[in-house]
Design a protein around this ligand. Structure first.
Ligand code: HEM
Length: 500
């Protein structure tokens, strides 16, 4: 009988083998940790190898804030045997965002995304190819492009609420916004032809498989089998087939009719894009990138919209200010609200709404934590962050630090973002969209579409939250890909405004 068969026959031997493995792991970690490594933070109960999992899983923000209070702006915790170093505060964030890719590697930290986006896309590319792919976003998601998208977004918003909500009723706001932003993104980014086929071709159903494929444990063990892998492969096969059909149709039309102007959507941007060596993107790359932006934009936007409404409808002082601003911009001479399409310039004239949106993203940044794999030891102040650590920053925890946001950092106060107040912000203190070379490529698209859709909703409907806990603000749900408001707190009752 070999050693392993013998061990498996006796439960005590299994326990002993496990204890031995933990001891070896702890010893190796101790030996590998240099003297000037960041201070280690732990609380009881501390479970070997799992480390601070209990505290982190049950209240990550509070846990990181306690750690920062005890150890300062650079400390290490352990999760699943992995040393996780957190940097916080203005200097900590600067160090994180300004590091070179060869020191702090985003690709290894987000290796799990290959299941969803497919091979050879975004984080599954050599560094220079990844940078070129992300540069395509800059063109496709810029303000200049959004001017083209304005009419499409507003048309989708009005049609969606007419068809799905009607004049009065009840709905789950989080779900409604999620459905809405899939429609606006698919119309502007994937194009009209895809949007038409979205449900009938089965894309909508397969999209759900891609959406469910982010399993948090795979962040630590990207090589573990992902139960959604086959569904994702099938979904991408279908998406690839349909994107190819649409691309061929557009090319045919261009050949047949020299006056034909293809739609100016993100699909077209990718069809025309070229790498530095002159090569076009493959259909697999186009598919993966489009899936990536659809997923990247949808949940981040719907949770932001729901948090914003939760604050406004419960803290009426700011709702009144927002409505006054809307009235001053959009009411016509008869006192009726401007009903039709707004221009891009009009949407830029909403300083109060901008403040409310910025404050919502301060208190509820959708991505709780951003991570990189340390490939080269990196000196921060008196410490050296060793190779092999995962280095992180947490917008979710940092945005409530009194040192950055004052003693009342926990309160909803959009005055944090008046033009005057912004001058006092420390560098990299407001980081819902990240920073540095990987700053969110879709931030302008997200900002504009949130403004267009949420102000439209406020101008056209009276809303109130209903159900158990309707009076309170939702709690944070950390089990989803982005930090969502707890679904028990997202039901609203609505009635169309008389003057709308
Ligand atoms: C409120 C909405 C959004 C928030 C808060 C948000 C936040 C973020 C953050 C924090 C990152 C950086 C991740 C890191 O450094 O590890 C990021 C990256 C990115 N986001 Fe967003 N995002 C939003 C909406 C969108 C939308 C609508 C799109 C596309 C239509 C998008 C596309 C991207 C892309 C392409 C990247 C990767 C950039 C890179 O790595 O170079 N995002 N986003």
């Amino acid at each position: 009988m070999d050693f392993f068969s013998e061990v498996l026959q006796d439960p005590w031997k299994i326990v002993a083998a496990f204890a031995l493995a933990l001891l070896v792991h702890s010893l190796l970690t101790f030996i590998k940790t240099p003297k000037n490594a960041p201070p280690f933070y732990r609380e009881q109960p501390y479970i070997p190898w799992l480390g601070s999992l209990v505290q982190f899983a049950t209240g990550p923000r509070e846990f990181l804030q306690r750690a920062a209070k005890a150890k300062g702006n650079c400390f290490t915790i352990q999760l699943f045997g992995q040393q996780m170093t957190f940097l916080s505060g203005s200097e900590g964030h600067q160090h994180f965002f300004r590091a070179k890719e060869k020191s702090f590697d985003i690709r290894e930290a987000y290796a799990m995304t290959v299941i969803t986006f497919g091979p050879g896309v975004c984080y599954d590319c050599p560094q220079s190819k990844m940078a070129q792919q992300f540069a395509f976003f800059k063109d496709g998601l810029s303000d200049a492009r959004f001017i083209e998208y304005m009419e499409l977004v507003q048309d989708e918003v009005a049609t969606f609420f007419d068809q799905e909500w009607g004049d009065e009723g009840e709905a789950d706001l989080l779900q409604s916004l999620s459905d809405l932003y899939t429609l606006t993104s698919s119309r502007c980014l994937l194009g009209e032809e895809i949007k038409k086929r979205w449900k009938s071709s089965g894309m909508a159903e397969h999209y759900l498989a891609l959406d469910h494929s982010f399993v948090p444990i795979l962040f630590f063990f990207p090589s573990l089998p992902n139960p959604h892998k086959n569904k994702c492969i099938n979904a991408r096969k279908l998406f690839t087939k349909i994107f190819q059909e649409v691309i061929d149709e557009r090319k045919e039309k261009m050949k047949a009719d020299s006056d034909y102007k293809p739609p100016q959507d993100f699909l077209q941007v990718l069809m025309e894009a070229k790498y530095r060596d002159g090569k076009s993107l493959t259909i697999t790359e186009i598919t993966g990138i489009l899936v990536g932006i659809l997923l990247g934009g949808q949940h981040t936007s719907n949770v932001t919209g729901t948090w914003l409404m939760s604050h406004l409808l419960k803290e009426k002082e700011w709702l009144e200010k927002v409505m006054e601003e809307q009235d001053s911009i959009f009411k016509d001479k008869e006192g009726k609200l401007h009903p039709a399409t707004l221009s891009f310039e009009e949407v830029q004239k909403m300083p109060i709404f901008d403040q409310v949106l910025s404050e919502t993203l301060r208190l509820h940044p959708p991505f709780f934590q951003l991570s990189r794999a340390v490939k080269e030891a990196s000196t921060f102040g008196d410490y050296v962050i060793p190779e092999g650590h995962i280095v992180n920053i947490s917008p979710g925890a940092a945005h409530r630090l009194p040192e950055l946001w004052g003693e009342n950092a926990e309160d909803f106060n959009p005055s944090h973002f008046t033009a005057e107040a912004k001058k006092e912000h420390k560098p990299y203190s407001w980081i819902p969209f990240g920073g540095g070379m990987h700053q969110c490529g879709g931030r302008k698209f997200a900002w504009n579409s949130l403004k267009v859709s949420l102000t439209w909703l406020l101008r056209n409907y009276e809303l109130e939250f209903v159900g158990k806990g309707a009076e309170e603000l939702p709690k944070e749900d950390y089990t989803t890909m982005v930090v969502a408001p707890t679904s028990s707190h997202t039901r609203v009752k609505y009635r169309r405004r008389k003057n709308a």
